[in-house]
Write a protein that binds this ligand. Sequence first.
Ligand code: PLP
Length: 221
Amino acid sequence: MVYLRYMVHAEVIAQLLEELKPYGATLVAVTKLRPMEDLQALYQMGLRDFGENRVQEMRPKQEALPKDIRWHLIGHLQTNKVKYIAPFVELIHSVDSLRLLQEINKQAAKHQRTIPCLLQMHIAQEETKFGMSEQELFELLENPQLVELENIRIVGMMGMASNTTDMDQVRREFAGLRKLFEAIKEALPDIHILSMGMSNDYRIALEEGSNMVRIGSKLFG
Ligand SMILES: *Cc1c(COP(=O)(O)O)cnc(C)c1O
C-alpha cells in the first residue's frame, strides 16, 4: 500500500510563489487543522510564514517545529490567550479593540519585546465576521491611550471579503480596505502591511493592493 506521509501541493505552491513575486507579496501558509507532517513539508519547501487561527493549536506546533518559523495569529484573539503567544508571535492580524491592544502591550512588555499588529477591519457583508467598522477604527486611532502602548506597533490592516461568488463585490470590499489603508498610512508611519486574500480571492486582493495573502486550502491535496 502506498502511504502518503503528507499532502502538500508542491507544484501549486511553487506556482503561487511565482504569482506573488511581481506584487512583492508575502505568503502566509494557513496551517490550521493541518497535521504536523504538512507543516514540516511546507517548511522543507522553504516556507517560513505560518498562520494559525487558534492559540491552542499554534502553541504546540510552535514548540515542536523549527524556531525560525514566523507565526501569524490570524483568527479572533481573546485577551486571556495573549500571554501564551506573546513570547514568539511574529504578527497578530486580528486586532479589533483597544482592550486587546492593551493586553498585547502588557504581555509583550513582560518579554521585553514589541509585537507587530494589524487592525482587522470588517469589510464583508456577513455579520459573523470579526473586525472593526470605520467609525471604531477612527475612535481607536484618536484615543490618547493608544500612544502610551510602547510594546505594540500597528503595522497594517487585515480584512476578509464576503464569502460570495460575486467577485465584483469582493473587489469592492478589497478596494475599500485599500483606501482606508492609504488614508491611515499618512497618520501612522509604521503602516506598510495590507493582509487580504485567501485561496478563492487572492488574485483580486493582489490587484487591489494586498501585499500579504493568507492561503490555506489551495496548498493542500
Ligand atoms: C482559514 C483562513 C484563511 C485561509 O483560507 P483558505 O480559504 O483555506 O485559503 C485565511 N484567513 C483566515 C483568517 C482564515 O481563518
